[in-house]
Design a protein around this ligand. Structure first.
Ligand SMILES: [Zn+2]
Length: 264
């Protein structure tokens, strides 16, 4: 069995440099943190449109500047050659032109679940995303609280069961297991132990967190409009190679195989 350090080093040599796993939960359709008066206008429109989206996923094609906050994030990431996982809700799923761009630039499309009270609803939304986007989804993250849809509290066992039943490969929430140095496979689903949300962390804490073997950082696309956040993101991308969750899992599978993977 390989030790944790061996696995961390092998991941680094496989990628060619230290890594950071980039998680983007797409909660909103506009950059709601744009400075000044624009925030006052954009925010209520954003929530009104999200409420409308619960009626029809087709309406998005009529909306001007739909998800142009993602474009801003994509531009920053392409400058550093970073790849990321973009997790979409049914009510924020991208237009086809944006979807094609995300895929062409090597990013992953995942599921951001916001209806978790029954497997039926949770699975239905996953299938809606796959059908509308015509992609195969490998993993998911869970939405927190919002005005129009509430992801509820994280019940990890329940969500692991959902993912296992749906044959998803991973749940990249990263909560409740600070002591895990590596993700763990439970019921055939990779579970992440910890993450940080970039906007909630000081630059010192970001620096410290990046020293971990597999740092997982959450950045909502709209967060880069918050003062100072773009600089923090650029610091991360300049110091670590940004990769998507699915790429990390492929690397781990390649270098270790299940038998040699440490149980911790
Ligand atoms: Zn969310």
């Amino acid at each position: 069995m390989k030790s944790r350090n061996e696995i961390c080093e092998e991941i680094e040599s496989e990628v060619g440099e230290r890594i950071v796993v980039l998680r983007h939960d797409v909660d909103n359709i506009y950059g709601i943190y744009r400075p000044g008066f624009r925030q006052k206008i954009v925010k209520p429109i954003n929530y009104a449109l999200l409420a409308l989206m619960t009626l029809s996923v087709k309406l998005r094609y009529l909306i001007p500047f739909y998800e142009n906050h993602i474009q801003e994030l994509l531009d920053v990431e392409s400058k550093y050659g970073a790849k990321a996982s973009y997790f979409f809700r049914v009510i924020t799923l991208p237009r086809h032109s944006l979807l094609r761009k995300l895929i062409a630039e090597g990013h992953e499309i995942g599921y951001h679940s916001d209806r978790n009270s029954s497997f039926h609803q949770w699975f239905g939304d996953l299938k809606t995303l796959e059908r509308e986007l015509n992609v195969h989804i490998h993993g998911f993250t869970k939405h927190g609280h919002s005005l129009v849809r509430d992801g509820g509290i994280v019940e990890e066992d329940l969500l692991i069961n959902y993912a296992s039943k749906a044959k998803l490969l991973y749940f990249a929430q990263g909560e409740g297991h600070e002591d895990w140095n590596l993700p763990k496979k439970i019921k055939n689903v990779w579970i992440f132990g910890h993450h940080i949300t970039l906007k909630k962390a000081s630059i010192e804490n970001v620096r410290k967190y990046l020293e971990r073997c597999i740092p997982l950082i959450l950045i909502h696309p709209e967060d880069i409009f918050i003062k100072g956040e773009r600089a923090k993101l650029e610091y991360v991308l300049a110091n670590r190679k940004g990769i998507s969750v699915i790429n990390l899992i492929r690397i781990i599978n390649k270098i270790s195989g299940e038998e040699s993977y440490p149980r911790q």
